[in-house]
Design a protein around this ligand. Structure first.
Ligand code: NAD
Length: 309
């Protein structure tokens, strides 16, 4: 058996959702990109006299993610027309349209309750031919699947892409207890042959494999920095090119990931392990939580540890 994806839907048009939609579109898969309906008009929409009911306002989040993708620097990794294969929409008006796709990928905020309630909505229009996956960084796939029908569970698993999806080769595939084992193998093959990824099948443990290690490394670096009184620039210099890594080593990586998302990802381990020492390491430093409280979320908000250039 193998998977044929004629159409896909990505729900959540943030950093990862827009990047995954771009990757799918770039390999030729028409993709629906959905997000929530904005609760407030932007200054520009107000100036134009639009209301919250206007279709352009209702699908603004996904549409502006696509507009940002269009500005992506010309890259040998993208063909010229990839954005024309992405259709923006919103979850209230367009949820029914996911019944016409072969693969739905959940890429919303890293929060179990939000993900579960979105899956509840997806289940209302789901049919057995549709594969549903989550791009969670580390929330339990079994916790998302719990209480759902056996048929839905057999088509559900984690597919964890890395940031940015067009460059990062790794794709973790995470089966839940009821996932059809053949579908897991087919997804691995699809990821390797069609999406061009290196696929690892991971167990459903907090943060799976790569983020358990990666988040650990970043948090220990932050803790050592506080202890040693080093500056952001010093740490980035010492953990970047000096170690043969790109300059986006520690703090530029955090800005790219999103500081709010990074805290959620650290919490996935902190709140789900018994080992006290590991819990201590996975506790984000106060400086990080303070930046998030101030709205400094990294590149997506224009300011994190660095100002977006
Ligand atoms: P983001 O903050 O950039 O985007 C989240 C998007 O989800 C936003 O557009 C928001 O409007 C939408 N959203 C929020 N709540 C919603 C809801 N209830 N229903 C529908 N849409 C909702 O986040 P991101 O960085 O793209 O992360 C998305 C997912 O991917 C998370 O699970 C995250 O852990 C995971 N992930 C992130 C990275 C990363 O480096 N940022 C890497 C791998 C995986």
């Amino acid at each position: 058996m193998s998977i044929t994806i004629r159409k896909a839907a990505v729900i959540g048009s943030g950093i990862m959702g827009s990047g995954i939609a771009a990757h799918l579109a770039n390999v030729g898969i028409p993709t629906l990109l959905l997000d929530i309906v904005p609760k407030q008009l932007s200054a520009e929409e107000e100036k134009k006299g639009l209301t919250l009911e206007h279709p352009a306002v209702r699908s603004r989040l996904a549409a502006s993610a696509i507009a940002k993708l269009k500005k992506t620097k010309p890259s040998p990794l993208y063909d010229d027309a990839f954005t024309s294969r992405i259709t923006p929409g919103n979850l209230e008006d367009d949820l029914d349209k996911i019944a016409g796709v072969d693969w739905v990928i959940e890429v919303i905020v890293e929060n179990l309750d939000a993900k579960r309630s979105l899956l509840d909505r997806i289940e209302t229009v789901w049919k057995p031919s549709i594969i549903v996956t989550s791009n969670t960084s580390g929330i339990s796939i079994n916790a998302m699947a719990e209480g759902r029908s056996e048929a839905f569970r057999s088509s559900f698993m984690g597919t964890h892409f890395f940031n940015p999806p067009r460059y990062m080769k790794l794709l973790e595939v995470i089966p839940a207890e009821g996932t059809d084992p053949q579908l897991v193998q087919d997804m691995k093959q699809f990821g390797e042959t069609v999406l061009g990824k290196g696929v690892v099948i991971a167990k459903d443990t907090p943060n799976f494999i790569a983020n358990r290690i990666g988040t650990y490394g970043l948090l220990v670096t932050l803790q050592e920095m506080e202890r040693g009184g080093y500056s952001v620039e010093e740490v980035d210099a010492a953990t970047g090119p000096a170690l043969g890594r790109p300059k986006s080593a520690t703090f530029r990586t955090l800005d790219l990931v999103g500081l709010d998302t990074f805290i959620h990802v650290a919490d996935n381990v902190r709140l789900n392990v018994d080992n006290e020492a590991e819990r201590r390491v996975f506790t984000p430093p106060t400086a990080l939580t303070q930046l998030v409280e101030r709205g400094w979320l990294g590149e997506k908000s224009g300011q994190g540890f660095y100002l977006k250039r």
